[in-house]
Write a protein that binds this ligand. Structure first.
Ligand SMILES: Cc1cc2nc3c(=O)[nH]c(=O)nc-3n(C[C@H](O)[C@H](O)[C@H](O)COP(=O)(O)OP(=O)(O)OC[C@H]3O[C@@H](n4cnc5c(N)ncnc54)[C@H](O)[C@@H]3O)c2cc1C
Length: 498
């Protein structure tokens, strides 16, 4: 590491230097926020310049057009770290048509010190795409073409703004499966899913979004467009993986090559109810230990006292009929042995049919009240914990929550035994403290603070702890790729460099 950079990012006692322009005091929670933002004047000059270069339809500046991008619902009223550019009204929105437009916008914005917030479907729940005061929102929604769908090579080449559900439908018409299927499939984009490395219903069998990416094209602030093809294996470090989960802080994804799968001959669904979370968790670990690989593992407590309530497990198996039948039969035996009751095919199918309902409810809410949304006093925590520690971790979460005067409930596991979810309910201040304590406990146990949604702004203050010794390296990479700190400042705990 170059000494100059190491010195810039060294932590001092009690305070973390998140970047030279924003500091977070661990003890007092005080912040040093510089105020040298781009002026409205600079942003309006940038808007007129871009309107001339790109055409007026691609640059939005009217308040009513910009208002729909103000989605603050992920950010608590008193965030632990306020970046140099706090969440707020953006100065302009640009809708590029291709990678060349993106490079142009990045370079013009960097030249006049206007931050750029990449924006896919805007469905991220951590504030990664939340606009920043005076920023340029780069809405990738118009880059929404499926460029190629190869049944021979089992690959799709798409622009970043393609909605996940549209790619799934296009693959299906060719007898193929696009296997990233989150709750938000009808409303989120491929670019957003790559940049958050999202997890979907089928991740138990096919992995998170990042595992399904075979190649990328990215536009850098420094002016280059860099691409990696869909080769299954290549010499040298897989540099393109650097951008997976980077939440729009390092580059803008302008093309993605995604792996597709032959549509399975059959998909068998099953539903079980267990007396407690611990019983169902035992079944899940036995399923894995037996060598079975379900396509879907979805497990969550039903209402009741946490860790004492009953819990429902939904499983799916994909493949040729005899293989799937044998796997499902073994799974039934394992679930019965762990105390599970088979709830029958209808319960399983009902679950499957309604799996995207929350996305449609989200769209309805947006239609009735577009724009700014507020923090709710509930937090959905999604941590990774080594499987051997999951039960002890969950018990400790219940205690930690109680100590902070909030309530933990709805424990669940998604896709892998180590992916653990729960909710925390209570007033804002104690909820925030309880949240930090439970997430950091997962990290200390050898896991991570978030397995599905990324960190955005909401967990930015915990990224030092999450990354540990890798934190200076990430900043070094950021400095190399985005020396002007134009891309998404503050997100992931990365701030502008002075
Ligand atoms: C009802 C609901 C259900 C959800 N269920 C799930 C779920 O099951 N699984 C899951 O993983 N997530 C889920 N989410 C969260 C969200 O849908 C995912 O994080 C999704 O991947 C975000 O996609 P998006 O297109 O909306 O991205 P955005 O929210 O627009 O952006 C997400 C991040 O990616 C960056 N970004 C977006 N596009 C680009 C690009 N082209 N280049 C560089 N950076 C970019 C943004 O700056 C931001 O940091 C859910 C959200 C809602 C509202």
């Amino acid at each position: 590491m170059a000494p100059i950079l190491a010195a810039r990012y060294t932590s001092s006692a009690g305070a973390i230097s998140i970047g030279p322009r924003t500091r977070y005091d661990r003890e007092g929670g005080s912040l040093i926020v510089p105020s040298d933002h781009a002026t409205t004047d600079t942003a309006s000059k940038l808007a007129s310049e871009l309107q001339k270069l790109l055409g007026p339809g691609q640059v939005l500046t009217e308040p009513h057009q910009i208002a729909t991008y103000r989605r603050f619902f992920a950010i608590p009223p008193r965030p632990r770290i306020v970046p140099a550019y706090p969440p707020g009204a953006p100065a302009l929105v640009v809708r590029p048509r291709n990678a060349e437009d993106v490079v142009l916008v990045l370079q013009k914005a960097a030249a006049c010190d206007v931050p750029v917030v990449p924006y896919g479907g805007g469905t991220g729940v951590m504030g990664g795409a939340t606009p920043l005061e005076g920023a340029l929102v780069l809405d990738l929604g118009a880059m929404n073409r499926i460029l190629d769908l190869s049944t021979g090579d089992l690959l799709a080449t798409v622009e970043p703004g393609v909605v996940l559900g549209d790619l799934a439908s296009a693959a299906e018409t060719r007898g193929l499966l696009f296997a990233h299927d989150p709750w938000s499939q009808p409303i989120a984009t491929v670019g957003g899913a790559v940049e958050t490395n999202g997890v979907g219903y089928l991740a138990a069998g096919y992995g998170p979004m990042g595992d399904q990416v075979r190649g990328l094209e990215v536009a850098l602030v420094t002016g280059e467009i860099v691409s990696w093809n869909g080769a299954a294996k290549a010499p040298g470090p897989a540099l393109w993986r650097l951008f997976i989960g980077s939440e729009g802080t390092l580059a803008v994804v302008t093309k993605v090559i995604v792996e597709l799968y032959p549509r399975p001959e059959t998909r068998l669904l099953a539903a079980f109810r267990f007396p407690t979370f611990a019983d169902g968790f035992q079944a899940i670990t036995h399923l894995r230990a037996s060598g079975l690989r379900p396509t879907m593992i979805d497990f969550e407590e039903v209402d009741g006292e946490p860790l004492r309530a009953a819990a429902d497990l939904y499983l799916a198996f994909d493949g040729p009929v005899p293989v799937v039948r044998a796997a499902a039969s073994l799974a039934r035996e394992i679930c019965r042995a762990a105390g599970g009751t088979n709830r029958g095919k209808r319960a399983a199918e009902r679950f499957w049919v309604h799996r995207h309902d929350t996305a449609y409810r989200f769209l309805e809410r947006l239609a009735t009240s577009p724009g700014e949304r507020r923090w709710q006093n509930v937090y959905y925590a999604n941590v990774a914990v080594p499987p051997s520690k999951v039960l002890a971790y969950c018990a400790e979460v219940v205690d930690l929550a109680r100590q902070h005067g909030v309530v933990a409930r709805s424990f669940g596991v998604w896709a892998r035994p180590e992916f653990v979810s729960f909710t925390l309910h209570g007033r804002t201040e104690p909820l925030q403290d309880a949240l930090d304590a439970t997430l950091l406990l997962a990290r200390r146990l050898g896991g991570s603070i978030e397995y599905v949604h990324g960190a955005g702004l909401r967990l930015a203050h915990l990224m030092e702890d999450e990354l540990g010794s890798a934190a200076p390296l990430l900043r070094h990479v950021k400095h190399l790729l985005d020396p002007s700190c134009t891309l998404n400042p503050g997100k992931l705990g990365l701030c502008p460099l002075s």
